[in-house]
Design a protein around this ligand. Structure first.
Ligand code: FAD
Ligand code: NA
Length: 388
């Protein structure tokens, strides 16, 4: 084969951003490969024919940012709807607004507290364990927001996320539990938020709509029978941007980095609207899933192209990932961080190769973080390789 100037492993937002930048600034030829049969990485979505819902295949994705560089960049490829993210939670047969705010508190206590009264009440309840160092996540939660709200909204939800009783989890998993002493239940606090007007996949297709960018799907970097594989590219000295799992790149030689994953169970209802909102959390232990996503409700502006009598919901079941599962959230214990630091050392001495994205750097990144780090990695690490 005649090699391109740059090979990018992974057609997620990190890889697509680097590809776009390399072509725009240096006019090079870029080959993107992805082991999946679609571009977009975890932000990929597709249209569900029966309901007209845009299904986010790897879990609900909401775009939000306060970073002007990222906002200006993404707006070159898509416009955004005026969607504002809000989440509700079912506890003990009653629906409450989240994050915990004055509406949640007054509904929960059947009261009409003012902001100051609610603040005093929570401080008093949080004082239950005053003077002690929280020994585990359970004690930490109680000391942050008091036992009643912690047990109603945090304890079992967190237990389901980690498949572990919070009294067995380290206190350090949460640093703060935000409580708002007003009725604002807008979930994100960023300057900009919204959903891509014609969907995630159209947005990402436009990023690489250039004849100098080629994409090979269903192509594994570690499959020696395809031309853009690790050993062949190394031998030929072709610059590589690698956005797959960093431990996999080194054959797991130092051990496996730990991740949590999510299993999705699809449920279809013969009704136009099942929840009346896009995200319903389940705070109690008797419902085995953490939350359910009703995709139609992310795009109310598309009512005309949606089925008024059918809806599709995905229930999310959280668990620890095994090799071969989709890695979603880094577990990030002290041992994981130490292991990652060792892999990072190996990565630093890998010639012509830039590690990036959430898998390549073992980090939970929102989309705006990934785009920001990709723009920086392009400038600082990738462009110098291409100019050589
Ligand atoms: P990915 O999107 O994971 O792309 C990496 C690509 O590399 C994948 O397509 C993979 O197939 C490919 N690859 C891996 N190994 C190989 C190989 N050997 N050969 C070839 N290709 C390979 N962000 C938000 O901003 N808002 C949200 O609401 C939000 N919700 C999320 C919900 C969930 C459940 C998850 C997991 C993430 C969420 N995110 C959200 C984060 C968002 O998904 C990431 O920021 C973004 O997708 C990361 O892009 P990436 O390019 O780093 O990685
Ligand atoms: Na192209």
């Amino acid at each position: 084969v005649e090699y391109p100037d740059l090979v990018i492993v992974g057609a997620g937002l990190f890889g697509l951003t680097v590809a776009q930048q390399a072509v725009e600034h240096l006019g090079v030829r870029v080959q993107i490969i992805d082991v999946r049969d679609h571009i977009g990485g975890n932000a990929y979505s597709y249209m569900d024919e029966e309901t007209g819902a845009e299904v986010h295949k790897y879990g609900a994705h909401l775009f939000h940012t306060s970073n002007k560089r990222v906002w200006d960049y993404v707006n070159r490829f898509t416009s955004f709807t005026n969607y504002v993210h809000r989440v509700y939670a079912t506890h003990d047969g009653v629906v409450y607004p989240l994050p915990i705010n004055l509406g949640t508190i007054n509904q929960f206590f059947g009261a009409h507290y003012t902001p100051a009264e609610a603040k005093a009440l929570i401080a008093e309840q949080a004082g239950e364990l005053a003077g002690t160092d929280p020994a585990n996540l359970n004690d930490k939660g109680i000391s942050l927001i008091g036992r009643p709200l912690y047990e109603a909204f945090i304890k079992n939800y967190t237990g389901k996320q980690w498949q572990t009783d919070p009294s067995e989890l380290p206190a350090g998993i949460i640093n703060r539990l935000p409580v708002r002493f007003n009725y604002d239940n807008r979930y994100f606090r960023d300057t900009w938020e919204g959903l891509p007007t014609d969907g995630y996949t159209k947005w990402m297709e436009r990023m690489i709509d250039d004849s100098r960018i080629s994409v090979s799907l269903s192509t594994d970097f570690f499959d020696a029978s395809q031309p853009y594989n690790k050993e062949a590219l190394k031998a030929a000295g072709v610059p590589v941007v690698y956005t797959g799992p960093i431990d996999r790149y080194f054959d797991y030689r130092l051990g496996d980095l730990k991740w949590r994953t999510v299993d999705f169970k699809e449920v279809r209802y013969d009704e136009g609207d099942h929840f009346g909102c896009p995200v319903m959390n389940y705070s109690d232990a008797d419902v085995p899933y953490t939350r359910a996503i009703e995709f139609k409700n992310f795009n109310p502006e598309r009512a005309d192209s949606q089925n008024p009598n059918k809806t599709v919901v995905w229930e999310e079941y959280s668990r620890f990932a095994e090799r071969g599962d989709e890695p979603y959230y880094p577990v990030n214990t002290a041992a994981d961080k130490e292991l990652y630091a060792q892999y990072e050392q190996l990565a630093a001495s890998e010639a012509n190769t830039v590690f990036g994205g959430r898998l390549g750097t073992y980090k939970y990144y929102d989309m705006h973080n990934v785009i920001d780090t990709a723009l920086t990695a392009y400038e600082n690490q990738v462009a110098p390789l291409l100019r050589k």
